[in-house]
Write a protein that binds this ligand. Structure first.
Ligand code: NAI
Length: 247
């Protein structure tokens, strides 16, 4: 039995990496998926893969840091698609650097995408979710939001903020049957982490009890669980998927 039969999901940053893996996993479990990316080209590629799996898919280009654009995209999605059951706030960016050299711009890009983007998306669909009296919101945070990281003050602040946001919205939406949870991935092999230096990767591996980096599918499985009926009594939680790095 498909775990998400007849569900409709919206996934941000679905063009590649973790977002793409989540979108495809949901589709293989019977969901139709709205794929959001900054460019239509990227979201359309994944949408086409999903259609190849026999599900419906829509490609939407929107910059989630632009709350006006997000609000109108959400309206259009609801009128084109009819309803949504699952929202995955996955899109995120890094602009690493030591604090003393971090520009306001690098701070703002990361906070506006990772934190304000999730706020804008959640707010844009909130009226619909509350009226529907059901829904799943899954935010992709990071272990860096739990433990911090030298050179990532902006990113850590955005992900720690996303964790506080998750818990607060879980408290607001719980009585309407809408759950809000976060996943905190550890080191997952994607474009975002491909540029890290080999020596740093060796150091990182020493901190991971399971002794390997994660794959995008590891996060997709966790997202599937949080979206599934089996997770109906779970809200406000942060599910760490990191090979045991943070305990
Ligand atoms: P990625 O860089 O491969 O993909 C990110 C996606 O988000 C891209 O498709 C990008 O176009 C999209 N995106 C970025 N800014 C956007 C905006 N303003 N509007 C719309 N879309 C936008 O990254 P990856 O590795 O797949 O990461 C996905 C999420 O997982 C991010 O939130 C990241 O912070 C988080 N994460 C990743 C980890 C890793 O090791 N790869 C570890 C912990 C968390």
């Amino acid at each position: 039995m498909s775990q998400l039969a007849n569900q409709i999901a919206v996934v941000t940053g679905a063009g590649r990496g973790i977002g793409r893996a989540i979108a495809l996993k949901f589709a293989t479990e019977g969901a139709d998926v709205v794929c959001i990316s900054r460019t239509e080209e990227n979201s359309e590629k994944v949408a086409a893969e999903i259609r190849g799996l026999g599900r419906n898919a829509w490609a939407v280009a929107v910059d989630i840091a632009d709350s006006v654009a997000v609000a109108s995209a959400a309206q259009k999605i609801l009128s084109d698609v009819g309803r949504i059951d699952i929202l995955v706030n996955n899109a995120g960016v890094t602009r690493d650097g030591l604090l003393m050299r971090m520009s306001d711009e690098d701070w703002d890009i990361v906070l506006n995408t990772n934190l304000r983007g999730a706020f804008a998306m959640t707010k844009a669909f909130s009226r619909f979710f509350l009226k529907q009296r059901s829904g799943r919101i899954i935010n992709i945070a990071s272990v860096i939001g739990l433990i911090g990281n030298a050179g990532q003050a902006n990113y850590a602040a955005s992900k720690a903020g996303l964790i506080g946001f998750t818990k607060s919205v879980a408290r607001e939406f719980g009585s309407r049957g809408v759950t809000v949870n976060a996943i905190a991935p550890g080191f997952i092999e994607t474009d975002m982490t491909a540029s890290l230096k080999a020596e740093l990767k060796v150091e990182l591996l020493k901190q991971i009890p399971l002794n390997s980096f994660g794959q995008v599918d590891d996060i997709a499985h966790a997202a599937l669980f949080l979206a599934s009926s089996g997770a109906r009594y779970i809200t406000g939680q942060i599910l760490t998927v990191d090979g045991g790095m943070v305990m």
